[in-house]
Design a protein around this ligand. Sequence first.
Ligand code: BGC
Length: 529
Amino acid sequence: MTLEAQSAAIVAQFDYTDDHVNSAVNEFRRQMTEGLEKDGTSLSQIPTYVTGVPNGTEKGLYMAVDLGGTNFRVCSIQLNGDTTFNLTFTKVAIPRKLMVAKTAQELFAFLAKQIELFLQKHHEDHFEQHVRRRMTMSSPDGYKDEHVFRLGFTFSFPVQQVGINKGTLIRWTKGFDIPDAVGKDVCALLQDEIDKLHLPVKVAALVNDTVGTLMARSYSSPGKTGTVLGAIFGTGTNGAYVEKLSNLKKPLSGEYDKTTGEMVINTEWGSFDNQLSVLPNTAWDVALDKASPNPGIQMYEKRVSGMFLGEILRLVIIDLLKDPKVSFFKDENSSSNDWKSTTNIASDSSIYTQWGLDTAIMSVAAADNTPELSTLRGELEKQLGIYSAGLDDAQAFKAIANAIGRRSARLSAVAIAAIVLQTGKLTDSANADEPIDIGVDGSLVEHYPYFRDMIYEALRAIDGIGEEGAKRIRIGIAKDGSGVGAALIALVAAGMEKRLTTADYLGELRSNAKSNKLTVVPEDDAAQD
Ligand code: BGC
């Protein structure tokens, strides 16, 4: 079989038709309902105890930390109260050995240390002069917590939340594996390490990155109806949306404000359809799952998110390289190579190692429209040690990579569509002219060319959405939303914590603003790493 025919056959295996998409939307909605009714289901549907979204008028200086799949970020965020904010942050890569540390304490001690370094660098005055518990006549116990940063902790893993700053880890995802942490309260783990360093920081809120993204988007682009969904398409994937309390049938143990009639739900959609009733399942999906640290779970994530797409592609390529009937990245002699050389793969090429193909090269492949695919061929050499790849090889690589990327985007549309349909906003005549706002973040949606266009293409083919519905759905990037969102939830939590009435609370915000107790880091100080 020619390489072209073989790659077309592979591409066909990644096809996810309009019919597939429609059945998956129905199944997604069924699993959503199931998850709202009981625990232990495929889609976890975790209640977050966040009962409203911001409207852009929130104010104050807060801290946020974000433990994602790859990096740890520490930020301080000045919310200006006019839908704008100023963000200062530092980012460090999480050392691989800490992702699989023996004890949770090792990881959380590292996180607390980064908070200390951030405070020293960016809030030195505040850090040195803080008086943790100042004596005062104005409170009954004679002390008042002052100069303590309220911190929102974005923890991008599945957590059983039992209150706004309390939640136990259900399972690790995205290459993390520290069994000792499972079942423990991650806020307490972080607060313990912060306290060991005597830092003026209180972990006030626990937030999934999708919840943070939803909050941040709602703060920055408030409309008449608010943002309905915050989603991440990055190393991992997940979404959080606003659900009616009346649909949430499983028992809630923690305290929450019932007046809004709504609660943000963290779907943990990475584990949608672990049973594979509607998800596609090629031989390469099977192989990837088998060799992963968590076989049988996060099955949707393993077909959609950045951590896995490169690995699926790598497994396809390895199979093609092994196939004696196909000439892929090999030439009989220089006459069969358009650059008149012969292709060589370095013996230590990372193509031979698990996770050795970075998904980023798929973006290069999708974006390269040069006649000879010379950008892609340059990257194959640089990143994978594949020298003098022929045009036909690069074309096959690009076609297969695109098919995997396109399947991911169409699967992403399934989750988005199911949630839009669940909110009922498309058929709500009272707000028929309002856009249905969705905030997204993550490397895939930000950097993969035409990812959003491919999502829209699938949305148009979904029953109940169609051309008209797709036009109303506004998918916008909320970059670094999780940090800003965590700060917003820390603000809400600070209000709840003190059990202030709305009037008291607003009064306090005003007097804080007047006395200007917290210093703001000038914008040019912001680390842009
Ligand atoms: C985690 C989610 C997270 C998502 C995006 C998934 O692996 O389970 O909690 O929101 O990645 O970071």
